[in-house]
Design a protein around this ligand. Sequence first.
Ligand SMILES: Cc1ncc(COP(=O)(O)O)c(C=O)c1O
Length: 397
Amino acid sequence: MKKRVDDLALFGGQAEFASARPIGQLAIGPDEAFFNQAKRIFDGRRLTNNGPLVRDLEDSLCELHQVAECVSLCSASLAIMVLLKLLAVKGRTEVIMPAFTYPGLPHLAQWAGLTPRFADVLPTVHTLDPASVDKVASQDTAVILAVHQVNSLCDVAGLEYVAGKYGIPVVYDSVHGVGCTCDGARVGGYGVAEVFSLHATKIVNGFEGGYVTTNDAALAEKLRLARNFGFVGQDAISQCGVNGKLNELHAALALASLESVGEVIRRNRERYEQYLRHFLRVPDCSFLRYGEDSEWNYEFVLLELSPAWKMSRDDVVAVLRRENALARPYYSPPLHLSPHMPEGLPVPSLPVTEQEAEKYIQMPVGELVDEDTIVRLAGLIAFMHDNQEDIAGRLAS
Ligand SMILES: Cc1ncc(COP(=O)(O)O)c(C=O)c1O
């Protein structure tokens, strides 16, 4: 409990939290579920190369997402790279994507030999604005990489309409959409394909890993070949490939993790509601709300400070981080204004993206954040609010 500004860790006081309170999910699930799955690996002596656990995992994920095909890979990043490479319309060079998203995406376009082009997002929901995509699209556009956001899924109909005009496919990065619904249908079957991550910070945890869902059997077959060097049978090569396989151990953790997805989402919602409740006493701030009309996974908690604050959003984050609360500015700076913008490209003007990137603090969440942490975070922000002029003055000097 801070009594004086000098008690803040940034000014030499003791950190509020003895260990880090991160922003990732970090849900592991019961040990027993994992060890039971892992035992199958040793019993069967099959460690990788499309083994039985990978196949079981893919079947379970088809059920979760209500799709015909699931192809696992060693990360969502590799899945996106391979998909872009396979789906880009031949002779065209550009991928349209949002700039208000995960910083790795432009690199993935570049690995696939394509150039990222950023389009603007819609306010508050933060998904690609179809009208902006239409403005950016041209005969050079090879594919659209749309990103479902944690609080809102893409305007699928709007994006498909624009894509139809240019004869290009839409791929959805659905890494933050596990368990969410779009117009009553579960995320997984939209566009040509959707991509998910099994990274340890995600809702379904496979240490590392990723997967693609699709209802296109021919595309699924190409992905299966691509993740295994393009091998058909013993030695024949059918297409350009890479080693993108998920191994059996990672599939074991992901299978175990799938057993508790519902529970993880329930706990996320509980944490989000605790934030809403305990921050009621903190003036001049609000949270980005999850709508009641759809199902969400409540993966992120996004705090917005009102313009009345004398401390900047980034200074509040800096204070929190020194207290071991690993908050961060949400998707800021946006990609077109960051080092992730490929050199030599004209920097577009994306007014909504730029405005939204100023707003939110991504607050600590996941299994290492309990209600006591949330109460203490509310206390910290209230303390900063009460002493904001003093703190801002010291930071400026
Ligand atoms: C929106 C989004 N896309 C892609 C990725 C990459 O996932 P992976 O770590 O499995 O490569 C991430 C990772 O956090 C992400 O947030």
